[in-house]
Design a protein around this ligand. Structure first.
Ligand code: WTA
Length: 662
């Protein structure tokens, strides 16, 4: 059983800089849209009409919809009866409009190799790959798993799936073989698209060997397509190819026909699945469909970043393995005909100025990155960005976790030259698109606040009894359907209802705590459930606990996310070993590796505290809040509901001397 969400509000004061405001810079021209209160008011008066206007303006439909919204709480259908194809919206229509020579991606590999893909190039490659997929038996309605590095073939694979009407399920390259096979099996994927590996910190990070392990237990997979990335860029990658199952991308592409008409898709046909961690051990396959999703990602990408596709160069530093990459590297920017930078590697290779070098060389004007990255840059020092001319920058974005005011101000001063508006964008895998954010040139910002819900979006805070909290701390809920909202959890409609719609009647519960200040600004404070946020990545405490107890040396484990200066939160595990096993650094290392192998490197605990017992309520529930206090070295709260209060004191002593992974 998941813990009850905690009452948010305890640590709110840490975040607030309520009085510091940044008006829209006078030199800044939000000419894409004259955003004033009338836009918000009109959208709120008639949100269906508002979204219908966006869908008509921004998206090309093969057949118009009959009904804007069919809302049977909690199940929504948007633009019912409409037909369209996402890849056609991202590619064909731009080429047909004469924009074939516009650059879609300035791609740069970590070793420094580059590729420039125009919209015409991308369309040609996507059509060929769509034919490759068809040749491997992929049909409309099938699922295709994608496990790839950040190379151009990754967006190509997504768009080719969309073109033939197969849903893609991208699994981040940092996940383990077990995580990959679980996701493949849940969706019964027919084909896997992968690569020999990708470059990270100057080294080849291999992917195909992990796929081979995963595929030992995935009966649905018939074929694997492998991009030759490492070997073709001078690296060593031994790849075992299984006859009849595994194929080289370049070989199939050489033989593929050049044209593939986009499959007409219903507005509500599945576009993709993306698995995300919840409060139980089993990841949820979040379902996104076509028409509503595309409408909202295009709308937000255009207005939140004040995109001028003719002149802007946009760079989202996320990995396509996460939702940010789906919505704001692939579908949003391409639907809008934007020119993007796409980068394969890490920000410290070859030097700590790699990002700023990229910004300068490609003249990036819109940069969208994560607070973890910003805090890392802060730690490396302002001298790194100062080596480069960043004057092309116009708009800065932040996503993934609450941004602390110090990082916001550093970003504003050292990257944005105190000139670029910052959009702090709150949203989730489940929301599909940005929900709460300033609009550049229109919203007066405060460092650390995501400000206000976008036009058409309605958010409210509520307390434990579902009473609305107009000012102060509460749970963040959404009160009306939105076009890009998840349509469910793959194969589990009940879990969808339970997880998101049952705690507060008629409301979507986001899992975040938030506060509304005296000026009405919204401050998202972080998760109030059993989900951790490590470097902007969602990781479930329960999933890490299951991985730990899966090791025969472990009797019991409790995992918490403790505050961390760089990664936002860090994973701290409290572990009770089985009788006869002696705690020590060796066992700690073994357990950390065990978790990395079970789930993926991103889930490796930073600290392991060995303890003879765990603090539990009388009903036997582990008190994670107390453990978090211990992990963060805070004063302990009320422990009177504990079965054995002495346990906490003991744990606290041990935590002080626990080995950690720095
Ligand atoms: C957190 C990432 C504060 C939040 C797009 C949410 C944020 C979770 C912000 C979703 C932000 C994301 N301010 N918190 N601007 N953006 N979050 O599904 O806790 O990977 O619930 O989607 O990240 O993470 P997910």
């Amino acid at each position: 059983m998941a813990d009850e969400p905690e009452t948010p509000g305890a640590t709110i004061e840490d975040y607030l800089l309520e009085d510091r405001t940044f008006p829209p810079p006078p030199a800044f021209k939000a000419v894409a849209l004259v955003v004033d209160t009338t836009m918000y008011d009109a959208a709120n008066e008639d949100f269906e009409g508002f979204w219908a206007r966006q869908a008509a303006d921004l998206i090309t439909w093969q057949r118009p919809w009959d009904t804007v919204l069919d809302w049977q709480l909690p199940f929504a259908k948007w633009f019912v009866g409409g037909r369209l194809n996402a890849s056609e919206n991202c590619l064909d229509r731009h080429v047909e409009a004469g924009l074939g020579e516009r650059v879609a991606f300035h791609w740069e590999g970590e070793p420094g190799d580059t590729r420039t893909l125009t919209y015409a190039d991308l369309l040609a490659e996507v059509q060929r790959f769509a034919n490759v997929l068809k040749g491997l038996g992929v049909e409309k309605g099938d699922r295709v798993a994608i496990y790839m590095p950040m190379i151009p073939e990754l967006p190509v694979a997504l768009l080719a799936c969309a073109r033939v009407g197969a849903a893609h399920s991208v699994v981040f390259g940092g996940f383990s073989a077990d995580s990959l096979s679980d996701r493949i099996n849940d969706a019964e994927c027919k084909v896997v698209v992968t690569a020999d590996g990708g470059w990270r910190r100057g080294q080849p990070g291999l992917l195909k060997p992990t796929v081979d392990v995963a595929l030992a237990s995935t009966p649905s997979v018939e074929h694997v397509v492998v991009v030759d990335r490492i070997a073709s860029s001078g690296g060593e990658a031994e790849v075992a190819m299984t006859d009849g199952r595994d194929h080289w991308y370049h070989e199939l592409m050489a033989e593929a026909a050049t044209e593939c008409a986009p499959e007409p898709m219903d507005s509500e046909d599945l576009l993709y699945l993306l698995y995300t961690s919840g409060t139980t051990g089993k990841p949820k396959g979040i379902m996104h469909t076509t028409g509503g999703y595309l409408t909202q990602v295009a709308f937000t990408h255009k207005y939140v970043f004040d995109l001028h596709p003719e002149t802007d160069v946009y760079w989202c530093t996320a990995d396509v393995g996460w939702v940010t990459g789906h919505s704001y590297i692939v579908y949003g920017p391409l639907a809008n005909g934007a020119t993007s930078v796409m980068y394969e590697g890490t920000p410290d290779t070859p030097g700590r100025d790699r990002f700023w070098d990229l910004v300068e060389r490609y003249q990036v004007s819109i940069l969208y990155t994560a607070p973890t990255a910003i805090r890392t840059f802060m730690k490396w020092g302002a001298a790194e960005p100062e080596k480069h001319d960043l004057s092309s920058l116009r708009v800065l974005g932040s996503v993934g976790e609450p941004i602390n005011p110090e990082a916001w101000i550093w970003y504003h001063e050292h990257i944005g030259a105190s000139r670029c508006p910052i959009v702090d964008t709150w949203w989730q895998t489940e929301t599909g698109a940005i929900m709460i954010s300033p609009l550049p040139g229109a919203t007066t910002t405060k460092p650390g606040s995501a400000t206000f819900p976008l036009p058409g979006i309605a958010a409210e805070l509520v307390d434990n009894d579902a009473e609305v909290v107009p000012r102060g701390g509460g749970y963040l809920t959404l009160t009306r359907p939105w076009p890009a909202m998840l349509r469910g959890i793959y194969g589990d409609p009940e879990r969808y209802r339970d997880t998101y719609w049952s705690r507060f009647e008629g409301r979507y519960f986001a899992g975040d705590g938030a506060k509304i200040d005296s000026d009405g600004y919204l401050w998202v404070l972080g998760r109030v459930d059993d989900v951790m946020n490590i470097s902007g990545h969602r990781i479930s405490t329960t999933e890490v606990e299951s991985a730990l107890v899966d090791n025969p040396k472990v009797a019991e484990a409790a995992v918490v996310g403790a505050k961390d200066d760089v990664t936002g939160q860090a994973i701290v595990a409290f572990v009770t070993l089985r009788g006869g096993v002696e705690p020590g650094a060796g066992v700690g290392e073994e357990l950390r590796d065990h978790v990395a192998n079970k789930i993926g490197k991103i889930s490796r605990p930073k600290t392991i505290v060995f303890t003879d017992d765990l603090p539990k309520t009388r009903s036997g529930k582990i008190m994670r809040r107390l453990l978090r206090d211990v992990a963060e070295g805070r004063e302990l709260g009320d422990t009177t509901t504990l079965a054995d209060p002495a346990v906490v004191e003991e744990i606290r002593k041990r935590a002080m001397s626990a080995p950690s992974d720095d």
